[in-house]
Design a protein around this ligand. Structure first.
Ligand code: G3P
Length: 214
C-alpha cells in the first residue's frame, strides 16, 4: 500500500512526511492555483522535498500540446509523473510517453471502460475519483471494485490504481478493503484518519486515573 499526499501545499506535504505518510504527491491545476505559484515553481518546490513520484498535470487536450507540456514537466525532475486528463488525444499521448519511458497518470477516471483504455494505452497509473462520484449519488467504491477486479483478471496489466478525490477516511478504508494500490489523500483527511472519540475518552480516563497513583 502506498499513500500519496493530494496537495501542492508544502507545509501540508511536510506534515505528512513527519508521519512517514508521503510515498508521493499528486497535484492538479486547482491545487497549484491555491499556492499562488506558477506550475513550474510549485512542482520544483515539491520535488525539492519529496523523494517519491510527483504527479504534475498538463492543461492541453491535443496530443502535440500534451506531449510538449509533459516533456517540459518531465525535465523538472526524474520524479515527475505526467498527469493527463482522460480524453481521446490524451490516450495517444500516453502511448508516446510509454514509448519514451516517462511514467503517466490518466486522471478524471469515472468509468471502468476509461480505466481499461488508459491501461491498454500504457498508463502507469489511473486516477478514479471516488468523491466526485459519491457527489452525484453514484457509489465511488463500486468503480474501485470494478477496476481492481478487471486489472486483477489480467496480470499483464501493470497500471496502478490511485484512489483520488478522497474526502473522508471511509473512502480510504473502503478502497483498501478492495485492494487499491495507492491512496492520494488531502492533509485534512489524513488528520481525520487519526481520530476516534473513544481514543480521546480513553486517554482522558487514563490520565485522570494516573493522578491516583501513590
Ligand atoms: O487528485 C484529484 C483530487 O484532488 C480531486 O479531489 O475533492 O476536488 O474531487 P476533489
Amino acid at each position: 500500500m502506498k499513500i500519496y499526499v493530494d496537495s501542492a501545499d508544502i507545509s501540508e506535504i511536510e506534515a505528512a512526511q513527519a508521519l512517514g505518510l508521503c510515498d508521493g504527491v499528486t497535484t492538479n491545476p486547482t491545487l497549484i492555483a491555491k499556492t499562488g505559484k506558477s506550475m513550474t515553481q510549485a512542482i520544483k518546490d515539491i520535488c525539492a522535498i519529496v523523494e517519491g513520484p510527483v504527479h504534475a498535470e498538463v492543461l492541453s487536450l491535443d496530443k502535440e500540446g500534451i506531449i510538449k507540456e509533459g516533456m517540459e514537466l518531465a525535465k523538472v525532475s526524474d520524479s515527475i509523473v505526467v498527469k493527463i486528463p482522460m480524453c481521446h488525444d490524451g490516450l495517444k499521448a500516453v502511448r508516446h510517453f510509454y514509448d519514451e519511458g516517462i511514467p503517466t497518470n490518466v486522471t478524471l477516471i469515472f468509468s471502468a471502460s476509461q480505466a481499461i483504455l488508459a491501461a491498454k494505452a500504457g498508463a502507469s497509473n489511473v486516477c478514479p475519483f471516488v468523491g466526485r462520484l459519491d457527489d452525484i449519488s453514484v457509489a465511488g467504491s463500486d468503480l474501485i471494485e470494478d477496476i481492481v477486479t478487471i486489472f486483477d483478471n489480467y496480470p499483464e496489466i501493470e497500471t496502478q490504481i490511485i484512489v483520488a478525490s478522497v474526502r473522508s477516511p471511509m473512502h480510504v478504508v473502503d478502497s483498501a478493503l478492495l485492494g487499491a494500490d495507492i491512496f492520494t489523500i488531502p492533509g485534512k483527511v489524513l488528520t481525520q484518519m487519526e481520530k476516534h472519540p473513544l481514543t480521546d475518552i480513553g486517554i482522558a480516563k487514563f490520565l485522570e486515573d494516573a493522578k491516583k497513583f501513590t
